[in-house]
Design a protein around this ligand. Structure first.
Ligand SMILES: *Cc1c(COP(=O)(O)O)cnc(C)c1O
Length: 390
């Protein structure tokens, strides 16, 4: 064991099952470990470093801001925060943004907006948020309550009350809950990430959006993982032709710096007033400069490149030996393998390709600008590992 690993094991809370790899540097889609071994990175820190490592343009945007003003409180105006909010609203049709630091916080804010809107329009007893079974919305006690997977809940109860879970693709169940309960918000991921990279059907998403509109229930789309180009659209909801009331995002937004954002449509844009929400770091100028660089580069040509890379991966893996199915959207890809996903990921790592898992699947979240030849190499390694007899 090297000193980094032993120090970590001794002093860092044991919440993660880490791989026996110490990453020290990276460039583009290549990551390097402390022994000098190089890996093609198909995980990007769980969909975060969407432009790769030490991308020169992103580094310049961030370091220019870093040498000017690294932080101020939200008592003052700063340009990167205002400019980022403008770009996010103009490109999504949303009206206002609240900035925080993570996906869970972005979802907390989304839930607060939905609850306050519904309390004001329908009464204080209208507080129930409906989410989907198999969803993932974060690790705080409230976003855990929103998360529809019991194994995350055990021994942390009581969680925040007022959450009900329904099954995806079952409009009857959702309609019944909406009839029987005072519902303050409906929250879902268009592509369930941690739940196994499962894209919900357009019919279902459209029906949910229609029901929410008919009943004046705020629709919250959790784009923490699916957002910022990941699915080949700027935000996944755009693939479905719906207009959510609230959209949360984080992960890839900052390109590697902590940032969360909750976008609000015109209907709910003034629900939060002075004192209703806050965050010391929220809107941090360095994080916002990184995010602004990311979003400004995610133009139509760039997104077309994401879709082409996606098509390449789907075509290369579908029907390949040892691969049962390929799911997901854009560069958010789940692979059901005949071997255990964990074994595939470990074998790929041995051969210099870093992959993730999601439930029983191998999950890929490569950089959105991964060079085609690296993508092809990584796909070849994954195919070879899946095809091999033990
Ligand atoms: C990762 C994730 C979260 C939580 O984000 P954190 O930044 O870890 O708090 C919430 N929702 C979805 C869909 C996610 O994938």
């Amino acid at each position: 064991m090297t000193s980094i690993t032993s120090l970590d094991k001794q002093y860092v809370a044991g919440t993660y099952g880490r791989f026996p790899v110490e990453l020290v540097s990276g460039s583009g889609s290549i990551a390097r470990d402390s022994s000098g071994k190089e890996y093609i990175d198909m995980g990007t820190g769980i969909g975060v470093t969407c432009m790769g490592y030490s991308d020169p343009e992103w580094v310049k945007a961030v370091t220019d801001q870093l040498s000017k003003l690294q932080h101020t409180s939200n008592l003052y105006y700063t340009e990167p925060c205002a400019a980022l909010a403008k770009v996010m609203c103009e490109r999504t049709g949303m009206a206002k943004v609240f900035f925080s630091n993570s996906g869970a916080e972005a979802n907390e804010c989304a839930i607060k907006v939905a609850r306050k809107y519904s309390a004001e329009t329908k009464g204080a007893d209208c507080y129930t948020i409906v989410t989907l079974r198999n969803s993932f919305h974060g690790r705080t006690l409230t976003t855990l309550a929103a998360t529809g997977q019991d194994h995350f809940h055990q021994l942390f109860t009581p969680l925040t009350p007022g959450f009900v879970h329904v099954s995806a693709e079952d409009m009857e169940e959702l309609s019944r809950v909406v009839e029987e309960t005072k519902v303050a918000g409906i929250m879902l991921e268009c592509v369930q990430g941690e739940g196994g990279v499962i894209a919900l059907s357009p019919e279902y998403i459209k029906a949910v959006a229609q029901l929410a509109k008919d009943k004046d229930i705020p629709l919250i789309i959790d784009e923490v993982q699916t957002g910022n180009g990941r699915t080949g659209a700027l935000y996944a909801f755009m693939n479905y032709g719906i207009h959510p009331d609230i959209v949360s995002t984080a992960k890839g937004l900052g390109g590697g710096l902590p940032i969360g954002a909750t976008m609000m449509s015109a209907k709910v844009q003034n629900v939060l007033g002075p004192g209703d929400q806050g965050s010391t770091y929220g809107g941090n100028p360095v994080s916002c400069s990184g995010a602004l660089n990311v979003l400004n580069r995610l133009d139509q040509d760039f997104l077309e490149g994401v879709r082409q890379r996606s098509q390449y991966v789907f075509e290369a893996l579908q029907g390949a030996k040892g691969i049962k199915s390929v799911t997901g959207m854009g560069l958010m890809i789940g692979i059901e393998t005949e071997k255990a996903a964990k074994d595939v990921v470990n074998a790929c790592m041995e051969r210099g390709v870093l992959c993730l898992t999601a439930k029983t699947k191998v999950r890929l979240l490569p950089a959105l600008n991964i060079p085609m030849e690296l993508l092809a190499k990584a796909v070849d390694v994954i195919k070879a590992v899946c095809a091999e007899e033990d």
